[in-house]
Ligand binder design. Structure first.
Ligand code: GLY
Ligand code: MN
Ligand code: MN
Length: 445
C-alpha cells in the first residue's frame, strides 16, 4: 500500500481516465457541458435538523471531498474542470475550509457564499447543451439544463465505473486496512465477552472513523441474531453465552468503500468446523475472480459448495447438485454471492451488458444476485457466501417439499449460532486475483 503522499500521480491518471470516459459519453449523447451537483442537506420532518449528508457518487468520482454540501463540478471537454465550492458565511456552523491537497490543482475553484449563487456561475460559463447529474430540485428548472440525469448518459458513465483506476484500487486498499483494524478489535471484544454495542464501539474506534463515516451501518450480531441478514440493532445487554459472532462492517478512504464480513465461534466444536468449511469454500470462490469469468457462475458454484458443506455436516440429506436444482440450498443461502464495490457499497452497473443500458438479468431462481457481468481486470467485487438458520425460511421449508430433505435434529443443534458469512473484497487483475481484505489482515500481523 502506498503512503497517502504518493497518491498524487495516481490521481492525475484517474482524472485523465474520467475525462476520457466522460468525453466519450458526452459526445455520444450530444452534451457540451456536465453539471454535477453534490447535493443539498435533507431535513427531518418538521425539524430543522438534517440527516447526515452524503455527496452524490458522481461528484465523488471527480472530487475526493465528503464535506461538499451544495458544491458543483462543472465539466466541459477540453477545459479545466470547475469546482463551485460553497463556503457559506455562517456563524452556526464551521464553514468548510477551502479545498487543499494533492488533487486541487486539477480544478478551477470558485467559491460561493450561498447555494443559489451557483446559478450565476453556471450560466456565466455554460454554453450549449448542459446535462445535470444529481438529486433534482424544483428550483433548478429554469437554470438552463438541457436534461436532468439523462438515462443514456448515466448508463454510459455507470458501465465504465466497474473498471477501477489504480488510484481507486489504492483507495480501496487503504479502506481495507482500516476495516481490518476494526475487525481485529471487534473479535477481541467478542472474545472478551462484550455486548453487541460494546463490540460495535470497539470496531468504530479501531477504524479511526466516526459513525457517520462508515460506508454502511455495521451488522454486529451475536448468537441467533446472526441469522438476520441485515441485523440492524446493537444490543446493550450482554448475552449469557457467546456462541457465535457475525460482523459485517466496512470502512472508507476518499469515499471508496471496504465491505467485510467475518464469523467467529465462541468455542471449538461443530459450528467452528462449519465456519472452517465456509472459509475454505470462500477462498475457492475468491480464486475464481479472473478476467473473462461470468460472475453469475461464481454465484451458482457458491450454491453448490454451500450445499456440499450442508450435506457433509449432516444438515441436509440431498446431494449438493440436487439441493441446488431443487432450491433447497436457497433456504440456507438466500442472497447473492456478492456485488461490485467502489464509491457505492453496492456499486452501479452490475447487470450492464454494454454502455447502452442493455441488461443481463440474474439466473432464474436467484433474484437477489446483484452482479451478472463478465469480470474484467480492474473490477472489484465482494465474495460473500453465507449460510444461515433462519426461522422464517426453515418454517416454510418444513411445510413444503424441502422438509423431508433436512435433518431437523441436526439442524436444531446449529440454530443457536444463527449463521455464517465470510466476505472479502477482491480485485480482478490480468492474472491472479488480488484479495484486498486478506492482504489487509495479513499486513496487521
Ligand atoms: N454490507 C452489505 C453487503 O455485504 O452487501
Ligand atoms: Mn457485500
Ligand atoms: Mn457486507
Amino acid at each position: 500500500m502506498l503512503a497517502t503522499s504518493q497518491l498524487a500521480p495516481l490521481f492525475d491518471d484517474h482524472l485523465r481516465m474520467q475525462r476520457q470516459r466522460t468525453d466519450e459519453a458526452m459526445a455520444a449523447c450530444k452534451f457540451d457541458t456536465l453539471a454535477i451537483h453534490a447535493g443539498s442537506p435533507h431535513m427531518l420532518f418538521l425539524d430543522d435538523h438534517p440527516y447526515p449528508f452524503k455527496p452524490n457518487p458522481h461528484f465523488k468520482l471527480w472530487v475526493p471531498l465528503e464535506d461538499a454540501i451544495d458544491c458543483w463540478l462543472v465539466y466541459r471537454p477540453g477545459e479545466k474542470p470547475r469546482l463551485i465550492f460553497l463556503q457559506p458565511a455562517d456563524y452556526w456552523h464551521k464553514p468548510p475550509s477551502l479545498p487543499h491537497g494533492f488533487w486541487t490543482h486539477h480544478f478551477q475553484i470558485e467559491v460561493i457564499r450561498e447555494p443559489g449563487d451557483a446559478r450565476r456561475h453556471l450560466t456565466q460559463h455554460v454554453g450549449g447543451r448542459c446535462a445535470f447529474i444529481g438529486e433534482w430540485q424544483e428550483q433548478f428548472k429554469d437554470w438552463g439544463f438541457a436534461a436532468a440525469n439523462p438515462r443514456e448518459l448515466l448508463d454510459r458513465l455507470h458501465y465504465r465505473r466497474a473498471v477501477k483506476t489504480e488510484y481507486e484500487l489504492e483507495c480501496m486498499r487503504h479502506a481495507s486496512h482500516a476495516a481490518a483494524r476494526g475487525h481485529v478489535a471487534a473479535e477481541a471484544a467478542f472474545r472478551a465477552g462484550k455486548s453487541e454495542y460494546e463490540i460495535h464501539m470497539a470496531y468504530v474506534r479501531a477504524t479511526g472513523h466516526s459513525e457517520r463515516e462508515l460506508p454502511y451501518s455495521n451488522i454486529v450480531a451475536l448468537n441467533t441474531n446472526a441469522s438476520v441478514l441485515h441485523y440492524q440493532h446493537q444490543e446493550r445487554e450482554t448475552p449469557a453465552k457467546h456462541n457465535s459472532f457475525l460482523i459485517d462492517a466496512g470502512a472508507q478512504f476518499h469515499s471508496y468503500a471496504a465491505d467485510v464480513t467475518r464469523t467467529y465461534a465462541g468455542s471449538d466444536g461443530d459450528f467452528a468446523a462449519l465456519i472452517a468449511g465456509m472459509e475454505s469454500l470462500q477462498l475457492q470462490l475468491c480464486s475464481q475472480v479472473r478476467n473473462g469469468v461470468d460472475y453469475a457462475n461464481i454465484h451458482l458454484d457458491a450454491h453448490l459448495r454451500i450445499a456440499g458443506l450442508l450435506h457433509d455436516s449432516g444438515v441436509i440429506t440431498l446431494s449438493a447438485a440436487d439441493a441446488v436444482t431443487s432450491g433447497l440450498s436457497g433456504v440456507f443461502f438466500p442472497h447473492g454471492v456478492g456485488h461490485l464495490l467502489g464509491l457505492q457499497v453496492h456499486d452501479v452497473s452490475g447487470f450492464a451488458v454494454d454502455t447502452t443500458g442493455k441488461r443481463k438479468e440474474s439466473p432464474k431462481g436467484h433474484p437477489y444476485l446483484r452482479l451478472t457481468r463478465t469480470l474484467e481486470p480492474g473490477f472489484v467485487v465482494t465474495i460473500e457466501p453465507g449460510l444461515y438458520f433462519i426461522d422464517m425460511l426453515l418454517d416454510e421449508a418444513r411445510n413444503g417439499a424441502h422438509g423431508r430433505h433436512i435433518n431437523w435434529r441436526r439442524l436444531d443443534e446449529f440454530r443457536p449460532y444463527g449463521g455464517i458469512r465470510v466476505e472479502d473484497d477482491v480485485a480482478c487483475t490480468a492474472g491472479a486475483p488480488e484479495n484486498l481484505t486478506r492482504d489487509a489482515f495479513a499486513a496487521l500481523n
